[in-house]
Write a protein that binds this ligand. Structure first.
Ligand code: UD1
Length: 417
């Protein structure tokens, strides 16, 4: 078991280069099975979710190779069945193979998808979209199977914004016969990046930035080389970590336009920043005021993935912050752990209140990826030593997290028992 030992109380300063985006690259990896040549993903983050997705690709028959931070995926021969059902349970994005395998060969079978436990996470919208394209979908406790003699374009309206279901529908539709129109789609940047990537593979996809995606099915897609975009959630995590310890962090390769809402909240706390090209210079020396109310929302709203890191920073601000979680029903594991560190916080339904707290080192455990990052942020701001256990959750999405923090002057070390 791995854990982090952190001594709090030091400001962060220095430079960080933002890693490639986890939520953008995972759908691209799933999409690679739609073509029979080689896809090259440059700037691919070396995180455990990517390694797990790579294992799934290999178990489907793909050949993969790393050259530095470029991941090559050759999909000449692919089977429709993911034989190791256990693998699919390790992350949520495994469900995206249903859409892409259907698109490739009309048949996909995977184990039940997993992911961080942050709520119920049903798959009804994924199933609805695949059925609307002509697939039969059956779900058992062991997994999901989708099959179609032929996929045909259709008009599909999502009653609720879902990133994964939008991506799955697009993946299934790009090689379907005829035109598909998807409305009510999620507009998250990662959906938009998937569309750009698919166009590079020869797909005809448009309209994704407006939430209405029009796809003209193509017979065949081809290999391509693509640069994985920077991770807006990782960038947001660094901004909030800097805020919690009043640091001055320079972020390199930042998707500034994707962070508008996060930077607005940061400004309200008293944070200052300057943008130069894709660099963001943050100065948190004047951070101190609580932001009274923040609601998580689908893009371009405040991302639910930064709810826990925001609350960790909020524990250091004067006054009360109220955050309303509107996306997931049970994304509060970190809040419960933060209490062990002295956080004055309450959960009332979807509302979380956080008051200025005297954070003290404690023994805590990550229960999900972003909640784990929040515990590390709180530990950096706390008096004394904190041990964060179950850091395998953090490693799902953050590349070299302790090393990057050390680079900014934090006292953190990883212990493997
Ligand atoms: C993706 C992100 C995750 C982020 C989330 C919301 C990846 C790998 N993960 O997750 O980091 O927190 O978007 O921005 O990209 N829902 C249904 N039925 C479905 C599917 C979803 O009711 O079939 C609900 C979910 O329970 C949730 C909401 O829709 O309440 C949004 O979920 P969704 O956008 O699908 O999240 P993910 O794609 O799983």
């Amino acid at each position: 078991m791995k854990k982090y030992q952190i001594t709090g109380g030091l400001p962060l300063s220095g430079k960080i280069r933002i890693q490639g985006s986890k939520n953008a690259v995972l759908p691209m990896m799933a999409a690679s099975v739609l073509q029979k040549e080689t896809v090259e993903l440059k700037g691919c983050p070396k995180i455990s979710d990517v390694f797990c997705m790579e294992k799934m690709l290999q178990s489907l028959g793909a050949q993969t190779a790393w050259e530095g931070d470029t991941l090559q995926i050759c999909c000449r021969e692919i089977s429709g069945e993911l034989p190791e059902t256990r693998l699919a349970g390790k992350l949520r994005s495994s469900i995206l193979f249903l859409g892409s395998l259907l698109g490739r060969s009309g048949y996909g079978r995977i184990g039940s998808p997993g992911g961080c436990s942050i709520g119920r996470r049903p798959t009804d919208l994924h199933e609805m979209a695949l059925r609307a394209l002509g697939a039969g979908v059956t779900k058992t406790e062991n997994g999901i199977t989708a099959y179609a003699g032929k996929l045909s374009g259709n008009h599909i309206r999502f009653p609720k914004s879902s990133v994964g279901a939008t991506e799955n529908a697009i993946l299934a539709a790009v090689c379907a016969e005829g035109t598909t129109v998807l409305s009510g789609c999620a507009r998250e940047p990662e959906v938009q990046w998937l569309c750009r990537f698919l166009r590079r593979m020869g797909a005809s996809v448009e309209g994704e930035s407006r939430g209405c995606v029009i796809i003209r099915g193509q017979k065949r897609l081809h290999g391509c080389t693509f640069q994985v975009p920077p991770d807006r959630i990782a960038a947001g995590t660094w901004i909030l970590a800097g805020a919690a310890v009043r640091g001055a962090v320079e972020l390199d390769r930042v998707p500034v336009e994707e962070l508008e809402t996060v930077l607005k909240v940061y400004r309200k706390m008293g944070g200052q920043y300057r943008v130069s090209g894709d660099k963001l210079f943050t100065d948190s020396s004047r951070v101190g005021r609580a932001v009274p109310y923040v609601e998580t929302e689908s893009y371009p709203g405040f991302p639910t993935d930064l709810q826990s890191p925001l609350l960790a920073a909020a524990a250091t601000l004067s006054g009360k912050t109220i955050v309303r979680e509107t996306v997931f029903e049970d994304r509060f594991a970190a809040v419960r752990e933060l209490r062990k560190m002295g956080a004055r916080t309450q959960i009332r339904g979807p509302l979380i209140e956080m008051e200025k707290s005297r954070l003290r080192g404690a023994q805590v455990a990550a229960g999900d990826l972003r909640g784990g990052a929040a515990l590390v942020i709180a530990a950096l701001a706390a008096e004394g030593n904190t041990e964060v256990e179950q850091v395998q959750y953090i490693e799902r999405g953050y590349e070299r997290f302790p090393e990057q923090l050390q680079q900014l002057g934090a006292r953190i070390r990883m212990i493997e028992e």
